[in-house]
Design a protein around this ligand. Structure first.
Ligand code: AMP
Length: 608
């Protein structure tokens, strides 16, 4: 396929907000693509060159792109900068320049050629790399028609947002391979285990759905993490996942998937975060410890957290969080050494354990750790089996007393449910008033709100009063719909400290866009001053979920379902009461934000 043809599809995708239409367009793209290019096209459609876990970064900031455009079209950088100010989008600037300076030419390079050259440019490093990037990128743009230039220029600066994620590509793969969406589950099951959308697309293209059955977990390729459901009380937990369950402390650090395998004479280790980014370089002490594990190959799931083995105390999240950095890594590794508490074993010595029951995976894990010696950087998470709600309560109280978030309950006979949230894992977290009661050792654990909510920052409002100094007075938050759109659920203003305000403002500034993103659904009377593209996820603690006409999350007019609780006066959306910012969730992508369906469940479960 020529890149100019792909760019016509990109334009169609950009113009529609309907997920169905996007799916149809994408299915057509998949059909038209050659089997050697379909994987690359999938990455490009998501604005990437490779899946995030491969760790390829362009290192082309907007300023550099301005220079590239100037060079490509023989313009002055200042003039390009001014157009950027006016247009608010570097792709649009590229389009204008290409349109005036290089009249449209038919044909042009293939998708494959453009892709390969972009990858080469991304991999340029060392002295003088900036100049070489400018030269080569300008050379590439010079060969493209204006529409292609628009999209190619957006990719390195992270602005190719077409309003869908990998989930819609999975639907499109289903439509492409079987004519409807019914094969989605099967395709997604493969994607959960091999979290590389390009590899999945290539397989489906080459051998149809049957080809997926030959895909297995593989050290080096991330598995989508299993996620926990929520319940209110220990009794409910035992009823749902019992008669007996495993109960583990809920550690508050970084989710870490450890992959180890033999390569040549030595062992290779890769670490992946909650959203499957490659975090290997950040945690050198974990890499060293993983290499010492007595395995030929393995995939382990656990939580990395600052830990003092002498006192048995865990670092607060803010301290552990300092390890998320690109610079001074060795220095911080000494200052705040991490331990990974491993709670699951997904692959061991050539065998995938994903379908084995938790009790068996845990036994294998314990056996592995009985043979493991070393500095204690990789440790076995504690786990206790019980069928008694009173023991769960006790564990919850004790863990909260230690400053942990709560407990995670594991269903003993459940497989590892990659990529899905279900009752195979249940988190019991102490929120707000319930937390205070637990700390004080009073009463039973019975919170009003089951969990914190991970919201996407959709927009900002200009400041008034005290906050004026920061230029921003509050934020509009949203949750995610099944249709991959974002629905507003709350405003956040007073629930931030000055420090948090400053940080939020800085982050929002970088994410500002000229117009409301098409995947947002916000009531007109909530119109904010600054729209922000979906990127920043914040964890919010609230007192309860209430109903409000101002917000669109779960609003029957949006969902097309019956009004909440079936009463006419409740034609309202969900809203968070007294929202406070717990933390910025950099380990989550907007696609991982809490969903409207989850909010609906939490609302129903709320104590009357
Ligand atoms: P949440 O982020 O609130 O949905 O809770 C799920 C997260 O808890 C997981 O992604 C892990 O990072 C973390 N976690 C901490 N301890 C455990 C544990 N023992 N089992 C599973 N997840 C855990």
């Amino acid at each position: 396929m020529k890149f100019s043809e792909l760019s016509r599809y990109l334009e169609k995708l950009e113009k529609t907000a309907s997920r169905n239409e996007m799916t149809q367009i994408l299915a057509e793209v998949l059909k038209r693509a050659g089997s050697d290019e379909v994987g690359k096209i999938c990455y490009l459609l998501l604005g990437e060159l490779l899946p995030a876990y491969r760790g390829v970064e362009f290192n082309i900031a907007e300023k550099l792109m301005v220079e590239i455009l100037a060079k490509a079209y023989g313009a002055r950088p200042e003039a390009v900068g001014r157009s950027y100010q006016a247009r608010g989008d570097l792709g649009d600037v590229a389009y204008d320049l290409a349109f005036t300076h290089r009249p449209r030419r038919p044909g042009g390079p293939s998708v494959r050629a453009v892709y390969d050259r972009m990858l080469e440019i991304a991999e340029v490093s060392g002295t003088g790399s900036q100049d070489r990037k400018i030269q080569r990128f300008a050379g590439l743009l010079g060969e493209l028609d204006s529409r292609s230039a628009k999209y190619v220029a957006r990719i390195p600066v992270g602005k190719l947002r077409l309003g869908f994620s990998d989930a819609t590509i999975l639907d499109a793969l289903s439509v492409f391979s079987s004519g409807d969406k019914f094969a989605r589950k099967r395709i997604e099951a493969a994607y959960n285990v091999i979290a590389d959308i390009g590899a999945i697309a290539m397989r489906v293209k080459a051998s149809g759905l049957a080809g997926l059955s030959r895909l297995h977990a593989e050290p080096g390729v991330p598995i989508r993490p299993s996620l926990a459901e929520r319940l209110r009380t220990a009794e409910e937990v035992v009823k749902k996942a019992g008669p007996e369950v495993g109960i583990e402390p809920k550690l508050d650090g970084f989710r870490t998937q450890i992959h180890v395998w033999r390569a040549g004479d030595g062992k290779r280790v890769t670490l992946f975060s909650r959203n499957l980014e490659n975090t290997t370089a950040m945690f050198p002490e974990i890499v060293v410890a993983a290499r010492r594990l007595p395995v030929t190959n393995a995939i382990l799931d656990g939580e990395a957290i600052g830990y003092n083995p002498k006192t048995g105390t865990f670092a607060a999240f803010q301290e552990t969080a300092q390890r998320k950095r690109k610079y001074d890594i060795e220095e911080f590794a000494k200052k705040i050494p991490l331990s990974v508490f491993v709670f699951d074993l997904l692959f061991l010595n050539g065998e995938s354990l994903l379908v084995k029951p938790f009790s068996e995976r845990r036994q294998r894990l314990e056996r592995l750790f009985s043979r493991t010696q070393g500095g204690g950087t990789i440790r076995l998470a504690e786990s206790l089996t019980t069928g008694d709600p009173a023991v769960i309560e006790r564990e919850l109280r004790e863990n909260v007393g230690k400053g942990l978030e709560g407990v995670v309950v594991k269903k003993l006979d459940a497989p590892y449910e990659a990529g899905s949230r279900g009752f195979h894992w249940i988190k019991l977290k102490a929120t707000t008033a319930a937390l205070e009661r637990l700390r004080a050792g009073e009463g039973k654990h019975d919170p009003k709100m089951l969990d914190t909510v991970d919201c996407v920052v959709m927009a900002a409002y200009k400041g008034r009063g005290k906050r004026t100094a920061f230029g921003v007075g509050g934020f509009l938050l949203g949750v995610r719909g099944r249709d991959e759109r974002y629905y507003s659920i709350s405003r956040l203003g007073t629930g931030l400290s000055d420090e948090q305000f400053r940080e939020a403002r800085e982050r929002v500034k970088k994410l500002a866009v000229a117009a409301e993103p098409k995947e947002y659904d916000v009531e007109k009377n909530m119109a904010p001053d600054i729209w922000v593209r979906p990127s920043l996820v914040v964890e919010i603690l609230a007192d309860e979920i209430s109903l409000s006409e101002r917000h669109t999350a779960g609003k029957p007019s949006r969902t097309g379902r019956a009004p909440v609780r079936g009463r006419k006066e409740e034609w309202r959306g969900y809203s968070l009461r007294f929202p406070r910012l717990v933390r910025f969730r950099d380990d989550k992508n907007p696609e991982d934000a809490t969903t409207v369906a989850e909010i609906a469940k939490m609302y129903t479960a709320q104590k009357p």
